[in-house]
Design a protein around this ligand. Structure first.
Ligand code: PA5
Length: 482
């Protein structure tokens, strides 16, 4: 097990041993580890990573590893953080509801921050229970007429109520997020929502745009922001969508819901520092990548089930699905040879999916790694009461905390999987807070960068998503003519 000073740990004992990955496998892999370690060190220093080109085929830096460092002249600076603190003060007690619109990397990280900070019942709470922070809805992560229509009906009904109860308008803030500034899913939904609300008699509508900040060649969203005098924040060059939770995409929403963005970046920074050693058994991101790569390539474990335990952690698994699939699912290697590399990510949640997927994890094809995420100390815990003392089987679990029952379930799952030669590992967060979340998300992001080097694929592009887009554009043009 690797345990950091913060208490964060990576337990990999069920990945190694007889029938699993051996210490000799790792020794034999040393030259690739050394090469990857050098490549990542170079990326940290200069942003340069061999073989990475932008969507337009131009050389492009990779800068996500700079994001945790809040320094003058860096992507996150004391000034940019101060701007976010100011935004928080302005929105708190002044905005009723926020609609965060974006897809992929412009959505998934924000959903993680929201779930961890606010949970499922946030929007049902009173303003006082929310400490003055607004309600939050997500939209634009699909092109769905039903859910978009339902959102509009809800907002319009609330606006009507507000006008009857008070003499002020209902204050709605749309955060429109798109790095490229023109993503169809987000922009079509944005136009529907914006158009319906902008002239509503009972609504004060504000828009914040988060997009590529380039003013010489502005994105469509940037241009709209300029024309309409919307406040803007940046998705900087060199930060791909799936890494944007550490830049203003995640930080704007974080600030608006009272999430501790400073602690989040500090956690990411401490993890980056912990991952600067060449000793594979001390470097959690490197070791995780080595085990996942060897597990897939030598032992056929090419599917990764990311299975956190706890409802509000499920979106971490959805975020990771994008990170792994888009970064490593590649047709060609960096030299242009066909490799069809990739491991398949699978979303699972404990204990829920122990009653559905676990059958397959335990007895199905020997092609999976189950990667658990657990929280050691839950801030809010409940004791299972002795509600039915006459029922022996229920009385037997009385007096146990829900968190210890949750962990017992996870431990039992890990043990059962290991006994059947099923690879599994566990990340432990000492508590569920912004700092430890920053550690975990950063570890996963860095791990993917290492694996890209092992597999010799560009982990920072996504050419595969262009194929359907070309077909779809033509079809939409035909549809419009009709
Ligand atoms: O990782 C990526 O680059 C993508 O998944 C994007 O995040 C996604 O396509 C949304 O793109 P954009 O932010 O340009 O609207």
């Amino acid at each position: 097990m690797i345990k950091l000073a913060s208490g964060f740990s990576f337990d990999y004992q069920n990945m190694m041993g007889t029938g699993k990955i051996t210490a000799e496998d790792i020794v034999a892999f040393a030259p690739q580890i050394e090469k990857a370690e050098q490549a990542i060190t170079e990326m940290r220093k200069t942003g340069y990573i061999r073989g990475h080109l932008s969507k337009d085929g131009e050389p492009e830096k990779v800068l996500f590893s700079q994001l945790p460092y809040v320094e003058e002249g860096y992507l996150n600076s004391p000034a940019s953080l101060a701007k976010l603190d100011k935004l928080q003060k302005r929105v708190r007690n002044n905005v009723d509801v926020v609609v965060s619109m974006g897809i992929g990397g412009s959505y998934l990280g924000n959903k993680v921050l929201f779930d961890v900070q606010c949970g499922s019942f946030w929007n049902y709470k009173t303003v006082a229970e929310r400490n003055g922070y607004p309600q939050v809805f997500f939209s634009g992560n699909n092109i769905d007429p039903q859910s978009t229509g339902d959102l509009l009906h809800y907002l319009q009904a609330e606006a009507k109520k507000k006008s009857q109860q008070t003499d002020r308008k209902y204050r709605v803030l749309i955060i429109c997020i798109s790095k490229s500034g023109g993503t169809l899913d987000t922009m079509s939904s944005f136009m529907v929502v914006y158009e319906a609300l902008k002239n509503h008699p009972n609504i004060d509508l504000e828009v914040i745009a988060i997009t590529d900040p380039n003013t010489a060649k502005p994105t469509l969203l940037k241009k709209l922001a300029q024309d309409n005098a919307w406040e803007t924040f940046a998705v900087p060059d060199g930060v791909g969508g799936r890494f944007t939770v550490f830049c203003e995409v995640g930080l704007v929403l974080g600030a608006i819901i009272g999430f501790d963005i400073h602690a989040f970046l500090q956690g990411a920074k401490d993890m980056d520092k912990a991952c600067q050693t060449e000793d594979v058994y001390q470097n959690p991101a490197l070791l995780n990548a080595v085990l996942k790569y060897i597990g897939a390539e030598k032992y056929g474990r090419s599917e990764e089930v990311l299975m956190p335990y706890g409802d509000y952690l499920e979106s971490i698994s959805m975020w990771y699905t994008q990170l792994l699939a888009e970064s490593l699912g590649k047709h060609y290697n960096k030299s242009g040879q066909e490799v069809f590399y990739g491991r398949t990510p699978i979303v699972a949640l404990g204990t829920r999916d122990m009653h559905s997927q676990t059958q397959q994890h335990q007895d199905g094809k020997l092609n999976k790694v189950v990667q658990f995420v657990r929280v050691e100390h839950w801030q809010n815990d409940l004791v299972i009461p002795n509600a039915f003392p006459q029922v022996e089987s229920l009385a037997a679990i009385a007096g146990i905390t829900m968190s210890s029952a949750l962990e017992t379930a996870r431990e039992s799952n890990a043990e059962a999987l290991a006994s059947g030669n099923r690879f599994n590992a566990c990340f432990t967060l000492p508590t569920l807070n912004a700092y430890h979340l920053g550690e975990l998300l950063y570890l996963l992001a860095l791990s993917i960068a290492y694996e890209g080097e092992f597999a010799d694929v560009d982990a920072f592009d996504q050419p595969g998503v262009e194929a359907y887009k070309k077909i779809m554009q033509k079809k939409l043009a035909t549809l419009q003519k009709k």
